[in-house]
Structures are given as structure tokens and as C-alpha cells.
Design a protein around this ligand. Structure first.
Ligand code: ATP
Ligand code: MG
Length: 526
């Protein structure tokens, strides 16, 4: 597949891809289980009908093509309906996580010039102190709230006929904000053409979805990962999405995989890690599972080993950003090298370059970059010319991540530029050390950062969260972990300092914020 096959036709709207499946009256779009065990399901046909009603309601309330709609919804059928409604009417979606608080919302509402809001009723109090509260057109789902329009009630009388508004592929579809792992979130401009390119990259090649498969992608709405997998990849393939809106609990997830006969599973490395650490994996049978993938953070080898051992499925890593799509990954059937992020996905010409945009030789660290004309690349950071400019070098977009390539063209993640540790002149990526440490049975999670040191410039420091049954005051534990790391990585990379903590600082999407730990070390050193 070459790059041109990812270029959208001029007149294009993402929803065109889903509507063809609504022609079959019984094709199942979603199956839902809530945390109390209640089940529900909906066909493509009914999903589109409900979306049409919502689209009509948005238009009747004066929200129209080009306006921005902030959507703060949990994992639910209604979330799909609202997204489809907005895309069909050319309204631009600002996805928001249910974990956001007033400050996060205020930032997006002001910066994104938001006109309307759809919020789950339980989250509406977060909007009470928003400066623009009076001017916003507000819809609540799942309950009536004072001066909010109750979406379900208005839906009862709304028309279920709605044509897709005319959009070109260059019209904006989404304005997601990045996770904020390294600093303030950036608003990423994505067009309908981006959706076209994404749907031709991830679903068939990486997730390996076959029509009719049951797909469980666990990402929560509000993150671009939700748009990628449970939304676009599922509905764009005519598959059936499984939605569970309860809390993550490793045993619960394993039993749902079994109960629903999930064929394709996509979750975060942290979730996989906690599942792989279960001591009763042998109790679960997953004969239907043919594809399991991970993205968002580095994937540990232990996960791959455990899933292979118990379920005969190789968990395949994939790499991408809010700003683009799945750029690197292990496609189904490709030889897996545990610890690597795979190779460029079809149509994405991912390269490793140096400061002068020259390719770096095999085995050396370089910046992961893609040419600026990559179809699945964002247009710009909204109203932020400076950061947009900073992300470009020559004809390339620079991801901000570093990696090495081996002689077979596989990419190996080193770290985010800021996370790389330089100690006694050695460059050390935190991931390799973390990967070694989590292999130790006493370790639940860990994060490795630079800690300032007078002699070495920096030393490698590991913040370790121990398994519940392990006592941090156990004598010899630090030494044991250090020796363990020395055996699995080059000895100069071992953590000279180890500190036990109860939990790692994380973004609300669950990514480790090494920046916080690094700052802490710097402050202590002063
Ligand atoms: P911000 O840009 O606001 O700091 P963020 O970069 O975490 O936040 P996202 O776009 O959600 O926001 O995440 C993309 C980043 O996640 C990548 O740049 C990379 O650092 C990391 N990442 C994604 N997939 C992988 C992977 N498979 N292995 C290692 N790192 C990954
Ligand atoms: Mg980023």
C-alpha cells in the first residue's frame, strides 16, 4: 500500500464509511455491559437513526457546520450517537474525558471557542463555574439538569431523517487535545481526510479486524485513542464493538474477554501488565481471540510472554500519537521482536533522522519523523503557530520521540526526547530499564528518570511501586532489584538509586508523568 491510497476523495465525510453497514437491518454495531452486569445492544441501522435525531436537534438549537461541540461522555452507545451526529452535520468535536475538572474544561472552552456542550448528566456540575456558562448551548444525557436541554427527551420527537451535510475532506472533524504528558495539552486539528487515512491504516493492518468480529478496544472517550479504535476502527470495518463501562479490574477484564468471545482486543500496556501479573491466568479460556494489540506506552516483554504462554496469542505493539495515526506497529503475521515497536505501517513513511534531517545509521539513536505531506498527519496545533513550527524540521514533522532501527528495519523505542537520561556520557532510554525491573516478581510498576549527580551529571533512578504483598523494608530488596536489572540490561544502565512509592504520577489517561518525578529530583538536588 502506498501513500496515495490513504488520500481521501475531495468530497468526503467520515460517516459515509459507517452508513453502508446500516443498509443491513440486523448488523450489530455495539454490545454494552455496564458495571452492574446489565446488557444492551444496537444495530448499525438504529445507531444511525438515533444519530440523525441528535444531528437534527443540534441544528435546531443553532449549532451548525464549523461550530465546535465539546463532548464529555462515558463509554456508552450515546457517545457514538453524538459523535456520528456531529460528524454528519460538519460540527467539530472536542473530545473530553469524564475525568476532566472545571479547569481542564475552561481551558478547552476558551481556547477552542466552544459553542455547544454535550455532557453526561452526572458530569454537568463541572461546568457550573465556566465563564461562558450562559452562552453555551448545553445538552445533558442520562438525566435532566437545570438549564440543560435533556437530549433523550427531545430525541423522542426529533426526525430520524438527516442527510450528511456537504463536507470536503479538508473540513475539520475533530479538535482533540493531547494527553498533556509533557506539558500543557496541545489542540490538534484533524480533518475528515485524517479519518480516511486512519481507517485505512489501523483496522485491517494492525487490529486485524475481520467483518463481523467482536472488537473490544478499552480506551475511554475523551482521548484520541477512543476515536482511533473503538469508534473509527470498529464502525469503519462493520464489526461489532464491545463496550464495558465499569472500572478496570484485571480479573473482570479477563472474564469479559472470555464471556463475550472477543476476537480482537486492544488495551493499554498498563492494563496488559496488570492482567499478565494475575496468578490465575490458566483459569481463562480465550479460543475466539485472534488479535491482541497495545499502544500508547511501551509494551513490556513479560506481557507478550504471558499471553503467548496462556492464550497462544502474540500481543502486538503499535506506536502513534494524537497528531497522526498508527505510524509503527506489528502487523498480524509479522515476525515479532519483543521490546520493539515494529515497522512503519503501510502508507506511512516513518524515518529516523538527525538534526540535519539525514537518516541515522542502523543502531544509532534518531528522531522519529514523518514527511509533512503524510495524509494521516494533523494540519496544525490550533492557534499555536509557535508549537506547530517547533514540531517541523525541514520537510519533516518531528514526533518528539527517539528510537533506533535495527538491520531488519524494526524500530526500538528509546524515549521521549525529554525522558532520555544522560549519565557519565552514556545515553540511556528509561524504557529498557523499566522493562527489566517490571520483570521482577516484587515489582508492580515503575518509572525511571534522571537524578542529578555531581560526578556523573545524572544517575539512573527508579521509582518502584511494589506488589501488594511485598514489604519495602525487606532487607536486600534494593540490591536484589539492582542486580536483576544488571542481568537484563547493559550493566551501566542499572538504577543506582531506587525509591519505593505508593503510586506513580499519571495523566488522567493513565500515562506515567516522568516529568513530575524528574522535577522532584531536580528540586531535591538544589
Ligand atoms: P503530550 O504531547 O501532551 O505531552 P502525549 O504525547 O502523551 O501528551 P499522546 O498523543 O496521547 O499524548 O501520546 C503519544 C505519545 O505516546 C507518543 O509520542 C509516545 O511518546 C507515546 N507512545 C505511544 N505509543 C507508544 C508505544 N507503542 N511505545 C512507546 N511509546 C508510545
Ligand atoms: Mg505528545
Amino acid at each position: 500500500m502506498n501513500q496515495s491510497s490513504l488520500i481521501a476523495p475531495e468530497n468526503y465525510n467520515i460517516v459515509m464509511e459507517f452508513e453502508k453497514y446500516a443498509e443491513e437491518p440486523n448488523r450489530k454495531a455495539l454490545i454494552v455491559e455496564d458495571d452492574k452486569g446489565n446488557q444492551n445492544e444496537i444495530t448499525y441501522r438504529n445507531l444511525i437513526r438515533n444519530a440523525n435525531k441528535i444531528g437534527n436537534i443540534l441544528l435546531e438549537h443553532g449549532i451548525k457546520k464549523g461550530d465546535k461541540l465539546l463532548v464529555m461522555m462515558p463509554r456508552s452507545i450515546e457517545t457514538y450517537e453524538v459523535y456520528i451526529a456531529a460528524l454528519k452535520t460538519g460540527i467539530i468535536i472536542i473530545p473530553c474525558s469524564e475525568m476532566f475538572r472545571t479547569k481542564d474544561l475552561q481551558y478547552r472552552i476558551t481556547h477552542g471557542e466552544v459553542r455547544g456542550v454535550v455532557s453526561y448528566a452526572a458530569f454537568t456540575p463541572q461546568f457550573n463555574d465556566i465563564d461562558q456558562y450562559e452562552e453555551l448551548v448545553k445538552f445533558s444525557v442520562g438525566g435532566k439538569k437545570e438549564d440543560w436541554n435533556e437530549l433523550e427527551r427531545i430525541k423522542e420527537t426529533a426526525s430520524e431523517e438527516l442527510e450528511i451535510v456537504h463536507t470536503t475532506s479538508e473540513d475539520l472533524a475533530f479538535l482533540p487535545y493531547t494527553s498533556g504528558t509533557t506539558g500543557n495539552p496541545k489542540a490538534v486539528m484533524h480533518t475528515h481526510a485524517w479519518g480516511y487515512a486512519h481507517m485505512r491504516t489501523a483496522p485491517a493492518n494492525w487490529l486485524a479486524i475481520n467483518e463481523g468480529d467482536k472488537v473490544w478496544a478499552t480506551a475511554a472517550p475523551g482521548w484520541q485513542k477512543w476515536v482511533w479504535s473503538p469508534f473509527l476502527s470498529v464502525l469503519g470495518s462493520g464489526a461489532t464493538g464491545f463496550v464495558y463501562n465499569g472500572k478496570f479490574e484485571p480479573k473482570k477484564y479477563m472474564s469479559l474477554l472470555e464471556k463475550y468471545g472477543i476476537n480482537v482486543f486492544c488495551c493499554t500496556p498498563t492494563e496488559y501488565r496488570l492482567m499478565a501479573k494475575l496468578d490465575n491466568l490458566a483459569d481463562y479460556q480465550l479460543p475466539s481471540l485472534h488479535s491482541a494489540v497495545s499502544a500508547g506506552e511501551p509494551l513490556n516483554r513479560e506481557v507478550i510472554d504471558q499471553f503467548e504462554k496462556y492464550f497462544g496469542v502474540t500481543v502486538r505493539d503499535g506506536y502513534g500519537q494524537t497528531e497522526n495515526t498508527l505510524l509503527l506497529g506489528f502487523l498480524k503475521g509479522m515476525k515479532v521482536k519483543p521490546g520493539s515497536m515494529g515497522k512503519p505501517t503501510p502508507g506511512n513513511n516513518v524515518q529516523l533522522i538527525d538534526e540535519d534531517c539525514n537518516p541515522v545509521p542502523v543502531g544509532e539513536v534518531g528522531d522519529i519523523a514523518v514527511p509533512l505531506d503524510t495524509p494521516a498527519l494533523f494540519k496544525a496545533y490550533y492557534k499555536d503557530e509557535e508549537r506547530t513550527k517547533k514540531s517541523c524540521r525541514g520537510d519533516f514533522y518531528i514526533t518528539g520521540d527517539q528510537a533506533k532501527i535495527d538491520e531488519e528495519g524494526y524500530f526500538w523505542f528509546e524515549g521521549r526526547n525529554d525522558d532520555i537520561i544522560v549519565s557519565s556520557g552514556y545515553t540511556i532510554g528509561p524504557f529498557e530499564v523499566e522493562d527489566a525491573l517490571v520483570k521482577h516478581p516484587a515489582v508492580k510498576e515503575c518509572a525511571v528518570v534522571a537524578s542529578p549527580d555531581e560526578v556523573r551529571g545524572n544517575v539512573v533512578k527508579a521509582f518502584v511501586v511494589l506488589q501488594d504483598h511485598v514489604d519495602s523494608s525487606e532487607t536486600g530488596l534494593v540490591k536484589e532489584l539492582q542486580n536483576h536489572a544488571k542481568q537484563l540490561t547493559a550493566p551501566y544502565k542499572y538504577p543506582r538509586k531506587i525509591e519505593f512509592i505508593n503510586e506513580l504520577p499519571k495523566t488522567s489517561s493513565g500515562k506515567t508523568r516522568r516529568v513530575e518525578l524528574r522535577q522532584r529530583e531536580k528540586t531535591i538536588a538544589k
